[in-house]
Ligand binder design. Structure first.
Ligand code: PBG
Length: 337
């Protein structure tokens, strides 16, 4: 056959052949720009009342709600795997949920009890708590609801009080996920005033209104109860400049770390924040992202393990310092070899 090329490939490329470095495994290793390590992982876990309890979550195959004693065992396993930190989310008993989420202030609530138990048994692992009202409110919102409106300032008071109690019970990092204005500064002031200068704040700085939180709401039992949506407080997922403004504001108010949430559909936001603000930047690979990869993998539609590793490395490439992921123990095991 006569070549359809009017010039040779060397003439076209000027002899620059990018495939040269991809030829062997050793050269691919040498030029690899990003790596995923166990140090990048934060493991979110769900907590439920009881003893010796591991309750499957229908929408998240392979993820369980754990009673506090089991959470301690899992924290021990995570520490042995080298996972630096865990993040806890409670499934609160229905009768403890009310209009203002008042049970969040109870030092004996699931979150505070679990923090204390893990701190005592596994002091080497970092504990991140979400100072958010949604597991505690009867309406499933992350704020106090009055006449159909999520009221900002009163919610900030409630979340700030909760953050101090979580710190007093041993939380190392407070991660408020409610997106109220002023919460970071208020929490920083209150932590400092109460002697918790060393407790850090990871701001859910850019939390987008998203369909990808669906399975999480099943996990903490808010799915059916949520009235309306969260568009008056979460970011519109059409916006990028506004996300940068949110993150800038949180830095000014005292955030130590930023988080982008969800993860994979928002890699552009991660890159912008890292380039423009140069802060420790984290992604939350949320429940819906987990379940998509897991379900497709379990059905044999994709190679679940490869897709999991590819998605996590993508966060590193986008500029993340770490990732909250339900895959954490599975990945840590793989990375261990
Ligand atoms: C709420 C909260 C949510 C998640 C973490 N904290 C969901 C929501 O805002 O409705 C989502 C986590 C996930 O989907 O994995 N404070």
């Amino acid at each position: 056959m006569k070549s359809p090329l009017s010039r040779s490939v060397d003439e076209i490329t000027g002899s620059r052949r990018l495939r040269r470095m991809r030829k062997s495994a050793w050269s691919r290793r040498l030029v690899q720009e990003n790596r995923l390590t166990v140090d990048d992982l934060i493991w979110p876990i769900f907590i439920i009342e009881g003893k010796d309890r591991r309750e499957p979550i229908a929408a998240m195959p392979g993820v369980f709600r754990l009673s506090p004693d089991v959470a301690v065992k899992e924290a021990e396993r995570a520490a042995k795997l080298g996972i630096p930190a865990i993040a806890t989310f409670p499934n609160v008993e229905n009768e403890l949920r009310d209009q203002t989420g008042s049970h969040i202030l109870d030092p004996q609530n699931l979150i505070n009890r679990t923090t204390r138990a893990i701190k005592e048994a596994v002091p080497e692992i970092g504990i991140i708590t979400d100072a958010a009202l949604d597991p505690f409110t009867s309406h499933g919102h992350d704020g106090i609801l009055r006449d159909g409106v999520i009221v900002n300032d009163e919610t900030v008071e409630q979340v700030t009080a909760a953050a101090v109690i979580q710190a007093a019970n041993g939380a190392d990092i407070i991660a408020p996920s409610d997106m109220m204005d002023g919460r970071i500064g208020a929490i920083r002031d209150a932590l400092d005033a109460n002697g918790f200068q060393d407790v850090a704040i990871m701001s859910y700085a850019t939390k987008f209104h998203s369909a990808f939180y669906g399975p999480y709401r099943d996990a903490i039992g808010t799915g059916g109860r949520l009235q309306g949506d969260k568009k008056t407080y979460y970011l519109d997922h059409a916006n990028s400049d506004e996300a940068v403004r949110e993150a800038e504001q949180d830095i000014l108010e005292g955030a130590d770390m930023l988080m982008v949430k969800p993860g994979l559909p928002y890699l552009d936001i991660i890159r912008r924040l890292k380039d423009e603000l140069r802060m420790p930047t984290f992604a939350y690979q949320v429940s819906g992202e987990y379940s998509m990869i897991k379900a497709a993998g379990d059905n044999g539609w994709i190679d679940g393990e490869k897709a999991m590793l590819e998605s996590l490395l993508a966060f590193k490439r986008a500029g993340c310092d770490g990732i909250l992921t339900y895959f954490a123990p599975e990945v840590a095991q793989i990375l261990k070899g």
